[in-house]
Design a protein. Structure first.
Length: 163
């Protein structure tokens, strides 16, 4: 028999009902919901990337967003901030430059080094996509009370801080 526990929320097919270990059941529920969220986030990243440029890889959407948030950054900073392999970031940055979404500029601190920053085109396309994404999110969460959104943001921040 399949069902849901208090922490499960709506019934999820394939999940046995369990009350023997409440913490374990809660952890299973968190893992299941995160798996669903990550799968949807991956699909969303692919959609968002293609809206910015048809040749933009979904993984590079996160790189582009991070550059937008941090301002001009060195490639090594991108590697550290995203915790990805140097060759992966190098390839992504080269593609972003090729697509004219970012540009390499001199590092004002170290003349030998270069930084990457969004171009006007990259900033405009990212802003447009984020605005559409925000509108969609507002529509999807329109029925949620502000207190629930605030609590969700707090818990997501706590989760991100734990990693």
């Amino acid at each position: 028999m399949h069902g849901s526990t208090a922490v499960d929320g709506p019934e999820r097919p394939g999940r046995p009902e369990t009350n023997a270990d409440p913490r374990g059941a809660a952890a299973d529920s968190v893992e299941r919901e995160l798996t669903i969220l990550f799968r949807r986030a991956k699909q969303s990243a692919a959609r968002l990337a293609s809206q910015i440029h048809v040749e933009l890889e979904p993984a590079a959407y996160g790189t582009l967003s991070m550059i937008a948030e941090r301002g001009p950054v060195r490639g090594t900073d991108v590697v550290d901030l995203l915790n990805l392999d140097k060759s992966t970031i190098s390839r992504q940055l080269s593609k972003l430059v090729e697509l004219r979404l970012v540009e390499r500029v001199p590092d004002p601190v170290d003349g030998r080094a270069r930084r990457v920053q969004l171009t006007d085109l990259g900033a405009r396309r990212l802003r447009e996509v984020r605005e559409r994404r925000r509108q969609r999110l507002d529509e999807q969460l329109a029925e949620w009370p502000t207190s629930d959104l605030t609590e969700l943001a707090r818990l997501l921040n706590r989760l991100n801080e734990a990693f």
